[in-house]
Design a protein around this ligand. Sequence first.
Ligand SMILES: NC(=O)c1ccc[n+]([C@@H]2O[C@H](COP(=O)([O-])OP(=O)(O)OC[C@H]3O[C@@H](n4cnc5c(N)ncnc54)[C@H](OP(=O)(O)O)[C@@H]3O)[C@@H](O)[C@H]2O)c1
Length: 276
Amino acid sequence: MKSFEGRMIYITGGSSGIGLEMGRIFAAEGAGLLLLARKAEKLDNAARSMEKVRRSREQKIGALSVDVSDIADVEQKMGIALKQYGPPDVLVCSAGINKWADRFENITYAMFDEVIKTNLYGPRNMIHTLMPAMKERRGHIVILSSAAGLFGMFGYTAYGTSKAGLIGFADSLRYEIRPMGMKLTIVCPPEVDTPMNIDEAKTLPEEGRAVKSLAGMLTPEFAARAIVKAIAREQYLCIPDFQTRFLYLLHRLTNGIATRMTSDAVIKMTQRKMGK
Ligand SMILES: NC(=O)c1ccc[n+]([C@@H]2O[C@H](COP(=O)([O-])OP(=O)(O)OC[C@H]3O[C@@H](n4cnc5c(N)ncnc54)[C@H](OP(=O)(O)O)[C@@H]3O)[C@@H](O)[C@H]2O)c1
């Protein structure tokens, strides 16, 4: 897919952060857009901001409230969406949460469940519901995983599980959809400066913060541009920045030893500073 002009693109999490930035780029390139998230007011503001950058009046730009973790809601709302906007050429699954980034012993069953239902079942629900319609258009599925799906992280037992799960899901799904002419891109960014980090900061232990600061922080614009480029090139794995690509290579080449040793050392130093 070289150009997005005239394509229909659905974006979950399109009201904020990376999804919102991707929407702006697609709108400027002439694509039709359907932004999906739970809070209607944020969605409407996001859709209005797309109207300012869209290329022509012909582009359909809309917003629809849906909870991706709720399969009944997804099936009902996607029924409406397909009738109003037509099937998506590109489905971007960006909706996600990073609540309860904490030591595992502090994470209750309900907290763990909320993260998995949103981050792992969310894309599962959207893709399963829209796949029959997308098949006919040889559509492109884009899933936002994370660098936290590639490497373990202190305080990330729930979030990391959901993001690593998405990589396993995508690796298997790719084999099934390729013969149908469909495409898949799995995205693994490091930290990106979005509202998500406000929730995370409420509970993330100091050790997690210290390890995270080893990797860089991207702007949402940089991450969104890199992801859109990867979709246009029909790239499977997209790690937007050089630093994370290098860390991942090192991780693979040393069978995880280099990343584990570095993280262990940083955790030890941080705990010593904390007087533990
Ligand atoms: N920011 C980072 O550091 C980072 C790094 C790597 C990967 N990622 C991944 O990138 C994706 C986007 O993150 P972001 O940083 O752009 O986050 P964000 O700014 O917090 O945006 C999250 C979006 O998801 C929506 N959302 C959350 N739960 C939902 C649900 N149950 N149903 C429907 N929509 C829901 C939110 O809207 P409502 O609350 O209104 O529903 C919002 O539009 C996530 O999957 C995240 O895990 C982020």
